[in-house]
Design a protein around this ligand. Sequence first.
Ligand code: GUN
Ligand code: ZN
Length: 435
Amino acid sequence: MSNVPHAYRGAILHSLADPAEVGIEASYAYFEDGILLVEDGKVRDVGPAIELLPRLAGVALTHYDNALITPGFIDTHIHFPQTGMIGAYGEQLLDWLNTYTFPTEMRFADQAHAREVAEVFVNELLRNGTTTALVFGSVHKQSVDAFFEVASALDLRMIAGKVLMDRNAPEALTDTVESGYADSRELIERWHGKGRLHYAVTPRFAPTSTPEQLAMAGRLLGEYPDLYLHTHLSENRQEVEWVKGLFPDNGGYLDVYDKHQLTGPRSVFAHAVHLCDAECRRLAETGSAVAFCPTSNLFLGSGLFDLKRMEQYKVRVGLGTDIGAGTSFSQLRSLSEAYKIMQLQGQKLDPFKSLYLATLGSARALYLDERIGNFEAGKDADFVVLDYQATPLIDYRLKQSSNLAERLFALITLGDDRVIRETFAAGNSVHRRDG
Ligand code: GUN
Ligand code: ZN
């Protein structure tokens, strides 16, 4: 990390609050000609160039033309071992898991394979402007070692955990209550709190853990401060029915997690598509978060996430790609699909709400909003430079636009990895697009 101050000049946009709470205009700050001042891997200051420049004599300055500087994107649900099976044809969740996912994840028993995929995966995150992610490993502890080794070499803020799975999966992919506990503890001791890394206790979903393993996961959460809980919830109707059959004495899918002490702050439930009102209320009450995974929900035909209902119940919502059920690492693509999901429900998704979801909203979902998510002084200097001329069509379309909201919406609708000109983590350039 460089501790010499560096100023980045260009158009700068960041979220200040949830538009659902403060309205659109108060939800963001925009500096047409702004400066982002970075020192020691942290944001020192942000504001109009005309105000900051007089104080910056002697400070190195990089100027970005035809670009928009925003906070790095945050992905609140993604599977690193599924990188190589993205875009697998023809199935919905349960058949997709058996046909494609489990065979793919078996290969992560091999440390060298895990390391190779971890490098591809982290590179893809950075190419897409994602600087923080909540990541599923495989059941093998070496998969998480491989991922954290790559992330720590780049000083990234990342959260990950090994999958816990002791039933309803191929034998080569199962652990036990005891081995799952021992392996998770070993990883927590090695990685949790090291640099900018955090550990997530990661039962795959209720059907693949016995009640005893879920209880163990709940105990583990109590043994170390600030651990995460990362799992899936009510993604697919067949899955929901299966959970009812497996846990007949419980009130519903969320209740299974709740009874095992798995809800609460830093618990993140991916999908949450098929919930009843009581479950939404309980998510909010416990301070749990859900990950909205638009490309995945469409690709697996899982259903339409109800963002408005989550807002009404004040549930924390992050944005997830859910690779490999999701079809793109790009949070711009996720937001473009999120817009369509809202349209199908007669709702709109304002571009500034989209910005919030991909940055500060996801940081809030992860209880990391004191460290990342916008350019408040003292936060980590994780940011991206978006290219207004990324493609001929984007360039042409943006030249027709008359205001920031229109430019932002067009970038989201037309954009992908080509829009990411440069990605910075802790003040270091960690990806620069060729050309
Ligand atoms: N539910 C349980 N496992 C998975 C998985 O790997 N991906 C998705 N999308 N849902 C799941
Ligand atoms: Zn998932």
